[in-house]
Design a protein around this ligand. Structure first.
Ligand SMILES: [Zn+2]
Length: 136
């Protein structure tokens, strides 16, 4: 099996009308109640911009099955994925970047050859600025 997240595009399932119906049913308390956002838990109005979001991100090994999908307010989904304006800490992209960092995929440990420092002078004479040669 290939590991997801190593610079590889992750294939997402196309959401069919039947899947969408199932998602909506899953997120209603009962038949007459509104659909509740998977993040904030508030009702989703019919005019709200929504998005189907993976609860556990695909890039972090989440499944592409319907039980890993939730209908979110667009803004809630964006916050989950990208973090807030102040910080990405704890968001999906933060978690994905952390995974890459821990697996060494960001190239932070790429330099394997140690840079040689300049050796000590072994001659008994020294050239001064201006070209004059003196004994050490
Ligand atoms: Zn919401």
């Amino acid at each position: 099996m290939e590991r997801a997240g190593a610079g590889m595009a992750i294939k997402r399932k196309t959401i069919t009308a039947a899947m969408m119906r199932q998602l909506i049913i899953n997120q209603c308390v009962d038949f007459h109640s509104p659909v509740l956002c998977g993040a904030c838990g508030f009702a989703i109005d019919k005019d709200d911009k929504t998005i189907v979001e993976h609860l556990h991100p695909l890039a972090l090994g989440g499944s592409d099955g319907i039980d890993n999908m939730r209908l979110y307010h667009w803004g809630c989904a964006r916050k989950k994925t990208m973090g807030t304006n102040a910080t990405t800490y704890g968001s999906d992209i933060w978690e994905i970047a952390k995974g890459k960092r821990l697996r060494g995929e960001t190239g932070q440990n790429k330099r394997k050859v140690k840079i040689q420092s300049r050796p000590f002078q072994k001659t008994s004479q020294k050239r001064m600025p201006g070209g004059r040669v003196v004994d050490r």
